[in-house]
Write a protein that binds this ligand. Structure first.
Ligand code: 5GP
Ligand code: ZN
Length: 114
């Protein structure tokens, strides 16, 4: 049984504010936004994180990043924006389903070791 939070969002078992969807990709608003625009872009196929990516995923990764870019355009983030993907414990990954954060809508801070 798949107990993954984002798989449940994909399957509509948990509600979310969807902003884009196609056969392979879902994008929805982050429940606890860290910036005025904070959207999560995820593959519908469960992948644990960027550490589990391989050659088979090359096309999917391209589509995910292009989806982030298209959303940045849709939300008029012409002054700039950021893509973040956290990996495992030290990377701060709290949901173990690959996701790209789109952050923007204001000046973003520096990041690094806490
Ligand atoms: P991570 O910390 O793994 O990089 O990112 C997980 C993100 O998922 C966090 O920014 C968190 O706010 C968001 N999140 C956690 N649970 C939910 C939820 O149920 N719905 C939505 N929309 N976002 C969630
Ligand atoms: Zn999942």
């Amino acid at each position: 049984m798949n107990n993954c939070l984002f798989c449940k969002i994909i399957n509509n078992e948990i509600p979310s504010e969807k902003v884009y969807e196609d056969g392979e990709i879902l994008a929805f608003k982050d429940i606890n936004p860290a910036a005025p625009v904070h959207i999560l872009v995820i593959p519908k196929k469960h992948i644990d994180g960027a550490d589990e990516l391989n050659q088979e995923h090359t096309e999917l990764i391209g589509k995910l990043i292009l989806t982030v870019k298209h959303l940045a355009e849709e939300y008029n983030l012409d002054k700039g924006w950021r893509i973040v993907t956290n990996i495992k414990e030290h990377g701060g990954q709290t949901v173990r389903h690959l996701h790209f954060h789109l952050l923007g809508g204001g000046q973003l801070g520096d990041f690094g070791l806490r």
